[in-house]
Write a protein that binds this ligand. Structure first.
Ligand SMILES: Cc1ncc(COP(=O)(O)O)c(C=O)c1O
Length: 391
C-alpha cells in the first residue's frame, strides 16, 4: 500500500494547461514564415469561423475578453456614471472593464446552486441610473436568460454577456453571446478555446461591429492589413481616440484549429466532469449541481465547495494539500467585494453578498482540461479522496 507521505504523482499537474495539436504549431509556423504576424487573413478567418459556430451575424476579434468587454460598453453608448449590474462571482476583469469604460459597477448576489447572478437580486438593485446588465455564465453554466432578457427589456437596459467561460454554452437551444447586444469571449490559456491571449465580441448590428473594429485599432478608419496589402497603400484617418486591442494572426492561427476541435474537447471535459461527480458523490464536499437539461453546459470549470464544518479541513489547507500532492488547483473566485480596492472605492462589503461570500471562501477548482489523460484524472481523484478522508 502507498505510504501516506508519498505524493500522488511525480510530476506537477498544471491547472488549466491547454490541449494543443500539431495543426496549431504548423499554422503558427506558417504565419511566421509568411512574414505576416499581425492582424490579417487568419484573424479574418477566425472571425468567420467563430461567428458561424456561434450563429451570430457579426464577430470582431480582439486581444482579450477584457478588451471585448471594454469596447462593448463603449459601443453600447453608455455614459460616464451609468450603472452596470454584474455578478460578484467573476474575475476582476469584468469589474475593471466597467470602471475603465467610465461606468459604475453594481453587484447583485448569486444563486446558491447555479452560482450565477440571481435575477431577483438584479431587479432589487435597478435604479434610475442603471443602463446595463452584465451576466457571466459562470463555469460554463448558462445564466437564467429568460429572466435576465425580460429585466433588460422591461427596464430598457443593454445586455452584455461575459462568455469568458461559455463558448459552447447554450440556453434553450440558443448560443450564449447572442442574447443581448454584445457577447464577449476569452481565449486566454486556460479557456476552452485558446489563442494564448485573445478575445472576441459578438454583436447583432453591423454598426456596432464596425465601431468595435475601429476602436480596437486606435480609432483608425482602415486597419493595417488593408493599408499595407498588395492593393496599394491606403491613407487612414483617426476618427476616434481608440485603443490597441487588435488580435494578431499568430494568435488566430492557434484559435482556428482550437475551434475546429471544440466538440471533441468539450466531450472530453464532459467525461472528466462526470467522472469527478461520480467519484466524489459520497465525500463530505459539495459537488457542482447537475447540468440543467434545457441548457448546454460548457464544462469550463469543475468547482467544488469545501465547507470546513463538513469536510473537516479548511479550504485553504485543502488547496495546499492538493499542491503538495502535485495537483494544480484554482479558486474561481474569491467574491469581488473581498478585494480592498472595491471596498475602498465603492464601500462594498462581502457580507452584503452572502452567497458569493460563502462560495468564494469554500470553492476549489480541479483540473478540467481536454489535455488530461486517464491517469491524470485518476490522480486528481486519488488526491482529493486521500486528503478529505484523512480528516
Ligand atoms: C469571467 C471572466 N471575465 C473576463 C475575463 C477576462 O478575460 P481575458 O483574460 O481574456 O481578458 C476572464 C478571464 O479569466 C473571466 O474568467
Amino acid at each position: 500500500m502507498e505510504s501516506m507521505t508519498a505524493k500522488t504523482r511525480e510530476k506537477f499537474l498544471v491547472f488549466g494547461a491547454p490541449a494543443l495539436g500539431r495543426e496549431e504549431i504548423e499554422e503558427v509556423t506558417a504565419s511566421l514564415e509568411s512574414g505576416w504576424l499581425g492582424t490579417g487573413p487568419k484573424v479574418a478567418r477566425f472571425e468567420e469561423d467563430f461567428k458561424r459556430y456561434k450563429k451570430s451575424p457579426y464577430a470582431v476579434a480582439v486581444n482579450s475578453c477584457t478588451a471585448a468587454l471594454h469596447l462593448s460598453m463603449l459601443a453600447a453608448g453608455l455614459k460616464p456614471g451609468d450603472e452596470v449590474i454584474t455578478t460578484p462571482m467573476t474575475f476582476c476583469a469584468t469589474i475593471n472593464a466597467i470602471i475603465h469604460a467610465g461606468l459604475t459597477p453594481v453587484v447583485a448576489d448569486v444563486d446558491p446552486v447555479t452560482m450565477n447572478i440571481d435575477p431577483a437580486d438584479v431587479e432589487k438593485r435597478i435604479t434610475t441610473r442603471t443602463r446595463a446588465i452584465l451576466p457571466v455564465h459562470f463555469a460554463g453554466r448558462a445564466c437564467d436568460m429568460e429572466a435576465l432578457t425580460k429585466l433588460a427589456r422591461d427596464n430598457d437596459l443593454k445586455l452584455i454577456e461575459d462568455c469568458a467561460h461559455a463558448i459552447e454554452t447554450e440556453y434553450r437551444g440558443q448560443k450564449t453571446g447572442t442574447f443581448g447586444d454584445f457577447g464577449c469571449f476569452s481565449f486566454y490559456v486556460t479557456k476552452n478555446v485558446v489563442t494564448g491571449e485573445g478575445g472576441m465580441v459578438l454583436t447583432q448590428r453591423e454598426q456596432d461591429a464596425a465601431r468595435i473594429k475601429m476602436l480596437a485599432l486606435h480609432g483608425m478608419s482602415k486597419d493595417a492589413w488593408r493599408r499595407f496589402s498588395d492593393d496599394g497603400y491606403k491613407h487612414y484617418y483617426v476618427v476616434e481616440c481608440g485603443f490597441k486591442y487588435n488580435m494578431m494572426d499568430i494568435q488566430a492561427a492557434i484559435g482556428i484549429h482550437q475551434l475546429a476541435r471544440i466538440e471533441a474537447n468539450w466531450q472530453r471535459r464532459q467525461e472528466v466532469w462526470q467522472r469527478y461527480q461520480e467519484a466524489f458523490a459520497e465525500l463530505p464536499i459539495v459537488c457542482p449541481a447537475a447540468a440543467e437539461a434545457e441548457s448546454r453546459h460548457a464544462y469550463h470549470l469543475y468547482t467544488m465547495l469545501i465547507d470546513e464544518s463538513e469536510a473537516g479541513i479548511p479550504r485553504d489547507e485543502f488547496l495546499s494539500a492538493m499542491t503538495k500532492e502535485n495537483i494544480g488547483v484554482g479558486v474561481h473566485y474569491l467574491s469581488i467585494p473581498e478585494h480592498p480596492y472595491y471596498q475602498e472605492r465603492f464601500g462594498w462589503q462581502p457580507e452584503d453578498y452572502p452567497q458569493a461570500r460563502r462560495i468564494g471562501r469554500q470553492t476549489v477548482s480541479l483540473p478540467l482540461s481536454a489535455k488530461l489523460n486517464e491517469e491524470d484524472v485518476e490522480d486528481v481523484i486519488e488526491a482529493v479522496k486521500k486528503i478529505i478522508l484523512r480528516y
